[in-house]
Design a protein around this ligand. Structure first.
Ligand code: HEM
Length: 228
């Protein structure tokens, strides 16, 4: 049986595997925290792992649509059997919601770690912190914009909001810009760790723009690539 058909047929198993993989960083952090194994700069480890995992999950969620298009296009070029239609890659779309929800959960965990360990739950301190470390503001706006996407990630919300659901979820694009700004802005001079991730986010957003303008991967009604 074609592996792709197998994936489409075993979506429930795939979801359990992805759920476990997404939960692992948080479980590992909790284990290290409880065992006092976070190392000399425990807070940095907590903030780095939670922030970095949120960033990875954001990029994975945004990459689902381009990946489906590129992979189905590759199957056409390779004259593959199954996999030439976008629909053959629907199992990816079914995972997107889970990835998006986990992205919000890790961003929230990231904020709560910061709020608890750095601000001692003192909201009043937040303004002083923002003045000293303005990159926090970009992170806060990203988290605030992720909230309505999280709250409307249910089937009921999709049915209720209909076309407005797709419009609302276009917030994923400014969120990407805010996350990239947050990470680039906090980078210390001479440290370029954030640059490759900012570039990936930029390319994913560019892909969305070009696809939206129907300049790339235009599909006919059958989901096959349109003849130019
Ligand atoms: C209220 C929201 C947020 C606050 C207060 C916040 C705060 C912070 C702080 C204090 C740091 C550590 C900076 C340092 O190393 O000196 C940090 C790093 C980071 N944050 Fe955020 N952040 C927020 C939201 C987000 C969101 C929404 C994301 C991504 C989805 C994110 C991703 C990251 C990443 C990737 C790092 C760098 C980790 C590293 O390499 O050290 N943050 N954030």
């Amino acid at each position: 049986m074609n592996w792709l058909k197998l994936l489409n047929k075993n979506l429930a198993t795939l979801k359990i595997i992805v759920f476990a993989a997404c939960s692992f960083p948080a479980l590992r952090l909790y284990y290290l925290y409880r065992g006092d194994l976070l190392g000399i700069n425990g807070l940095e480890t907590l903030l780095h792992t939670s922030g970095f995992t949120a960033l990875m999950l954001y990029m994975l969620t945004l990459a689902i649509t381009p990946l489906r298009r590129v992979l189905s296009y590759a199957m056409i070029l390779l004259r593959g059997g199954y996999g030439k239609r976008l629909g053959d890659w629907n199992w990816m779309v079914r995972l997107r919601r889970m990835l998006g929800v986990f992205c919000f959960m890790y961003a929230l965990l990231h904020f709560l770690i910061y709020f608890y360990f750095e601000l001692d739950l003192e909201f009043g301190e937040l303004w002083l912190e923002i003045r000293e470390r303005p990159f926090i503001l970009a992170g806060m706006f990203a988290l605030l914009l992720l909230l309505p996407l999280f709250l409307t990630s249910t089937d009921a919300a999709m049915r209720r909001l209909r076309k407005n659901w797709r419009r609302l979820h276009r917030l994923m694009y400014p969120i990407g810009v805010l996350i990239a700004v947050h990470y680039l802005w906090l980078s210390k001079p001479g440290v370029f760790d954030a640059y490759p991730y900012a570039l990936i986010i930029l390319l994913l957003l560019l892909f969305r723009l070009l696809a939206h303008m129907k300049l790339i991967f235009v599909r006919d009604d059958d989901g096959m690539l349109a003849k130019r």
